[in-house]
Design a protein around this ligand. Structure first.
Ligand SMILES: CC/C=C\C/C=C\C/C=C\C=C\CC(=O)SCCNC(=O)CCNC(=O)[C@H](O)C(C)(C)COP(=O)(O)OP(=O)(O)OC[C@H]1O[C@@H](n2cnc3c(N)ncnc32)[C@H](O)[C@@H]1OP(=O)(O)O
Length: 325
């Protein structure tokens, strides 16, 4: 009887919720959209934490679909009173047997790395490549406006989240990837000199929006942000630590365990006092965007539609396509 009940409950859980699949796995729970996998850890009834793993091949760029799924997942976690902390990380792992599909093949699927079974794979060592350049290039103003609204939404949700958010940065984290990280309360980065983090928009011929600039200033200070934003600096781990973009650098295989142990310390603080303090520190910055969201959307749509900006993006995309190594 017990076995039958367990089997039935597994079937029900796997039947899927409105938002995505939900499974029971070894006491832990998980739900998944196509591009975001959420695993929760901890016993039922006790405080639990969730790990949000990005899996948007090939480089976890923040496409419109990814942003939508991310916000839905986050909202679901915010509404789950047993969850107090969330770790953002990439599902990208070092895997063998990968083949990069020829760059001449154009569709999103074909751009991705695949294994020998033809399944899409993340490229290894990427936290997130930032905003999806293909959402900002060669589209119409209505699309740019829709996309930017989704980018703003993600930033506001993360920046004002009442949860304790930590990022376990297990790969490259340029621009929008850095945005994800700096909205968090704490950042731990893998000590791999191939991984860099920062806001490199100026290198693409574009400008970080004021609210992201404010987030950066709040994280690393005005002078460091002024210099890093103009130069589009991508910091390797040791420099990222020195300037304060990240809070800790640890060996790659310890990123997850270290983040869990830091999370435990943060969760020892009473929620109400930590949350009020967080709001006190962040509200003015967020309000600055909230009061001019529509204008910011229109600014973005007209800025990104300019011929000169489209040309810069085109050149940058070509450079990416033809880069060596
Ligand atoms: C007036 C002002 C008003 C408002 C504000 C205005 C403007 C602000 C606008 C925008 C702000 C944007 C912030 C951003 O996030 S822009 C995105 C910045 N991201 C980057 O610069 C990262 C670029 N990518 C890389 O550096 C590398 O790809 C990598 C380090 C992430 C990974 O390197 P790999 O060698 O492992 O992989 P690649 O071969 O380079 O890439 C694989 C594949 O993926 C494509 N790709 C890479 N990054 C992106 C991306 N961000 N979006 C879409 N596609 C991406 C890459 O082209 C390759 O495609 P092919 O296989 O060659 O087809």
């Amino acid at each position: 009887m017990a076995m039958a009940l367990r089997a039935a409950s597994r079937v029900l859980l796997r039947a899927g919720s409105r938002l995505g699949r939900r499974e029971a796995v070894d006491g832990a729970r998980r739900f998944a959209n196509k591009r975001v996998l959420v695993e929760t850890e901890g016993a039922a009834g006790a405080t639990r934490i969730a790990v949000m793993k990005f899996r948007n091949p090939p480089v976890n760029s923040l496409s419109l679909d990814f942003l939508t799924e991310f916000v839905i997942s986050l909202e679901k976690l915010e509404n789950d009173k047993s969850i107090r902390g969330v770790i953002l990380t990439s599902d990208s792992l070092k895997r063998g047997n990968q083949t990069k599909v020829a760059a001449t093949e154009k569709t999103e699927e074909k751009r991705a790395t695949r294994d020998h079974g033809g399944r899409l794979q993340e490229r290894p060592g990427i936290f997130s490549a930032g905003l999806d350049l293909l959402e900002m290039y060669g589209r119409n103003p209505a699309h740019y406006a829709e996309y930017w609204k989704a980018v703003q939404e993600l930033w506001l949700r993360l920046y004002l989240s009442s949860l304790t958010l930590m990022s376990a940065i297990n790969g490259a984290s340029p621009a929008g990837g850095c945005l994800l990280a700096i909205t968090c309360d704490y950042r731990i980065m893998a000590d791999n000199p191939k991984y860099t983090i920062g806001l490199n928009e100026s290198l693409l011929g574009i400008v970080a929006p004021f609210w992201l600039k404010d987030n950066y200033v709040n994280t690393i200070g005005h002078r460091a942000a002024e210099r890093a934003l103009q130069l589009g600096t991508l910091f390797p781990p040791a420099e990222a630590l020195k300037v304060g973009v990240v809070d800790e650098v640890v060996p790659e295989d310890q990123v997850h365990s270290k983040t869990l142990s830091v999370m435990a310390k943060w969760l020892a603080i009473p929620d109400h006092s930590r949350q009020l303090t967080k709001t006190m520190m962040r509200k003015a910055t967020a309000d600055n965007l909230i009061k001019q969201r529509e204008a910011d959307i229109q600014n973005f749509a007209s800025f990104i539609s300019r011929d000169s900006i489209q040309k810069s993006l085109h050149m940058y995309l070509e450079k990416l396509k033809h880069k060596k190594g």
